[in-house]
Design a protein around this ligand. Structure first.
Ligand code: MTE
Ligand code: MO
Length: 216
């Protein structure tokens, strides 16, 4: 379960993301809402509390960042995205064309998954980490956890779910991969993953510093 994937080194979990988002610390709303839009018949605003009441589950997994660090042994609790999707389906009625799903965070960060990847077992909208309510550092009020995919797919502070007919690269732009599967080292759609390892290892300290500076 807790095996280091190819090209990764173990590291403690610390707040991280694209440097441009380091300074954006969203205020966690008292009554969070998730907006559901895109290729749907009836867009809706759904209270997060309505989603976190659905059948709850636990996922034990690592968080694997493309920049080559992996935090291992995390215990996430929340609602399987498959259950959220089933709950939403009757309400917003996604069209048959909706093969992709884009998650947006309160900081404006966006990332897209293939809908089938988001529906896989173990993918959660999580609100608890290691037995404690999710903190703002790690994505309160709700974050996506997609264990088979690189960390950039696990959007923190989820406030919107958009069903889409096509892939949208989101905040990581051309550096992202449409699937981002860790086992296949899909770090980016351009160049094989192994070639990205040394590049990311060089860039990592700067990206890390952007987050560490804020925490003092
Ligand atoms: N909203 C939001 N979600 C995000 C990011 C971000 O900058 N903003 N960064 C992603 C990246 S690149 C990684 S590796 C993980 C880091 O999760 P952590 O901060 O809990 O360590 O969050 C992902 N989700
Ligand atoms: Mo990442």
């Amino acid at each position: 379960m807790d095996v280091l994937p190819p090209g990764q080194s173990a590291a403690p979990l610390a707040p991280f993301g694209l440097p441009a988002f380091a300074a954006r610390r969203p205020r966690v709303p008292a009554a969070p809402v998730v907006t559901v839009t895109g290729a749907v018949r009836r867009p809706a605003q759904v209270p997060a509390a309505e989603l976190t009441r659905l059948g709850r589950a636990e996922t034990h997994s690592g968080l694997h960042c493309v920049t080559t660090w992996s935090a291992l042994g995390l215990r996430w609790e929340g609602v399987p995205f498959a259950a959220v999707h089933a709950h939403l389906a009757g309400r917003v009625a996604p069209g048959r064309a909706a093969r992709w799903v884009t998650f947006t965070g309160l900081d404006g960060y966006r990332s897209t998954l293939l809908l089938d990847d988001a529906l896989a077992p173990g993918v959660l909208l999580a609100d608890v980490l290691d037995g404690a309510p999710l903190t703002a550092d790690h994505g309160a009020p709700l974050r996506l956890v997609a264990p088979a995919h690189y960390g950039y797919k696990s959007v923190k502070h989820v406030c919107a779910i958009e069903y889409r007919a096509g892939y949208d690269p989101g905040s990581a732009g051309w550096k992202a991969h449409p699937r981002g599967r860790v086992a296949l080292e899909e770090r980016s759609r351009y160049l094989p993953g192994r070639l990205w390892r040394p590049l990311w290892r060089t860039l990592l300290p700067r990206a890390r510093a952007a987050y560490d500076d804020l925490r003092g």
